[in-house]
Design a protein around this ligand. Sequence first.
Ligand code: NAP
Ligand code: MG
Length: 403
Amino acid sequence: MEKIKMTTPLVEMDGDEMTRILWKMIKDELILPFVDLKSEYYDLGLVNRDNTRDQVTVDSALATQKYGVAVKCATITPNVQRMSEYNLHEMWKSPNGTIRAMLDGTVFRCPITIPSIHPAVKFWKKPITIARHAYGDVYKGVEIKTEEPGIAKLVFEGESGKKEEVVIQKFNGPGIIQGMHNTDKSIRSFAHSCFKYALDIKQSIWFATKDTISKKYDGRFKAIFEEVFQEYKDAFEAAGIEYFYTLIDDAVARVMRSEGGFIWACKNYDGDVMSDMVSTAFGSLAMMTSVLVSPDGKYEYEAAHGTVTRHYYKYLKGEETSTNPMATIFAWSGAFRKRGELDNLPELVHYADELEAACFETLNAGIVTKDLVNLMEGVIPQPQTSLGFLKAIRERLERRLGA
Ligand code: NAP
Ligand code: MG
């Protein structure tokens, strides 16, 4: 078989620990034998981030802005313990945070579902994608804990000299106060990313806030979404999808009774909490994909899980591992599909489809990694090692591609 050609490079962001090991295995087994890979490689492994004083992270984000499609391996976000483990010069910020800030993007998380793993919610037939607004609200909040009676006020001093002041509460004793904010710009970017992605995957989008209570704050989210939607209305109609706004309580009830198959756009805190609920209810963190979409249509694909440290330490001791590569493979297939669509390369899109199909074929035959064994019903699971599982996928991919 002749290898599939690419025209524009993918931005490839390598990472850390067990996922770095899987990264190479995936390339060797499932990509390089079939695709004439064109990538611009950035090593975001912690050693190289430290050596480059994190410049490599910035460069990889700039390359994503330039080329439009990136695929990222999981990376360590350093903490105190990592400082000594890697002898770091600084406690570098989370690469995901840096990239997200530079691309001003929204993260969409979607579970990979298979027939033998039943969601905890029996009505769910199709995946639910969570889109989480990644800026502001309580995550940029400031707080006061008061020990004495007094008065708390919210004050805004405009550059024009205009001043607004409202009393939050007159305290008779100890209490707590919180101030938080968001910006029209960030909410607007969030809305654009959501509507673009909905059109991309041809799924309806739901958005919910508590605007009956929070009339100005949540009301602003609702108004901006409504306004931005006007730009997408015709395209939505043509695609046969809809934008649906409701109250957050109503949304939760409807989600539980739904069949799935839509995108649920959430404010920052709602998205934080609901994405954990949805991913757990669908099965496993190892089967959760993630894509960052910027408001101007740049895409960065990755797995939602981390570097799977515990498995890596086993690997270093020479023990067999059985780490699930599904979400990382789907990051690659998502990136190839998008690259193929943008560059008009149907063969590359076909390869991405077949790669995913080969994964499903493998899982449906009961060939799995250990994390899935206890979740499967109706098939007898045969657990494999990390490499054994990839080889089983490769066998099927070769057959499907006639290689
Ligand atoms: P994690 O790497 O997601 O792993 C947590 C646990 O979940 C694992 O120990 C494993 O459970 C299970 N698991 C996750 N992915 C799996 C897979 N592919 N196959 C099988 N089991 C899987 O989270 P963490 O241990 O909290 O974080 C480790 C490092 O990852 C940290 O340094 C953190 O900063 C980083 N991190 C990076 C990202 C990112 O780059 N996007 C995201 C989150 C965390 P068992 O041990 O029970 O098998
Ligand atoms: Mg959370």
